[in-house]
Unconditional design. Structure first.
Length: 81
């Protein structure tokens, strides 16, 4: 995740990781909340279905997304077109 970007967007992949830029600053959990809200919106699931499992204070994060399988999430994020 790259905070303080011009816009919130998926920019690609690096290995198994999805690269996401968020406009929010990395202050008081705002960037974490922004990435969770973005992923939820793209996946069509409630915000409460997306949580940061690991890496809350780091750029590399592991998110848990409930209510959608991995292939569906990849399609929703524009990775498998």
């Amino acid at each position: 995740m790259q905070p303080r970007a011009k816009r919130t967007e998926v920019v690609g992949e690096r290995g198994d990781a999805v690269l996401v830029r968020v406009a929010a600053p990395p202050v008081d959990g705002k960037a974490n909340a922004a990435v969770c809200a973005f992923v939820a919106r793209q996946a069509g699931v409630p915000k409460s279905a997306v949580t940061v499992v690991r890496g809350a204070g780091a750029r590399d994060k592991v998110l848990e997304v409930e209510g959608i399988d991995l292939p569906g999430l990849r399609r929703a994020l524009g990775l498998d077109e």
